[in-house]
Design a protein around this ligand. Structure first.
Ligand SMILES: O=C(O)CCC(=O)C(=O)O
Ligand SMILES: [Fe+2]
Length: 190
């Protein structure tokens, strides 16, 4: 329990610092994302996943294709291999050592940036030999935050590509992170 608390605390420090760095990269002041997503009361949800070894060589699905809500998603795992990201309609294996920390863009960063940043579709393939354990955390805005494309990302050549929604409602649209291939993105895309 102590180790987990320590992990989540440090995890959040990294995430908030990354939010500052990304805000600056986007050309804003460093608290831009923290303000837009009201991160003082941000809602993080974490899942600990255990995947058994597979029986057939690298084909069995451990977790079907889906998108994650939130602005960033972070991941640690005990063995390399398993997570695949969809890029240009192809599945790419994430090559990530077991001592690494992986962060990806979530659906609500895609909405805020009006599609400038993309939330990758991903899935998990069972490893043949070993059991895989992962801790995946969805870093979300405050539950009451209304997330819509930021005015800075909308213009004549960039009409809004997503509708706005209260974060809590988009979690509901997402089936509260039930993995069934469904995503709030289907309802947010215009
Ligand atoms: O176990 C993993 O690598 C990913 C888990 C995941 O995508 C999730 O919990 O949303
Ligand atoms: Fe996921």
């Amino acid at each position: 329990r102590e180790a987990l608390e320590d992990y989540y605390q440090r995890n959040r420090e990294v995430i908030i610092n990354l939010a500052k760095a990304v805000s600056k990269t986007l050309g804003f002041e460093e608290n831009y994302l923290e303000k837009e997503f009201e991160l003082e009361t941000g809602a993080d949800v974490s899942a600990m996943n255990v995947y058994p070894p597979g029986f057939k060589p690298n084909t069995q699905i451990g977790l079907p294709a889906h998108y994650d809500p939130g602005y960033f998603g972070s991941l640690i795992q005990n063995v390399n291999g398993g997570l695949q990201l969809n890029y240009k309609q192809k599945w790419i294996n994430l090559d990530m050592p077991s001592n690494a920390f992986f962060i990806k863009i979530g659906d609500h960063a895609e909405v805020l940036t009006n599609g400038k940043y993309k939330s990758p579709m991903h899935r998990v393939i069972l490893n043949n030999e070993v059991r895989r354990i992962s801790v995946a955390t969805v870093h979300g805005p405050s539950l009451d935050t209304f997330v819509k494309p930021g005015p800075e990302f909308v213009g004549e050549s960039h009409p809004p590509a997503y509708r706005g929604m209260i974060y809590k409602d988009s979690l509901e649209a997402n089936g509260y992170h039930e993995i069934d291939g469904k995503s709030c993105m289907a309802q947010l895309r215009l």
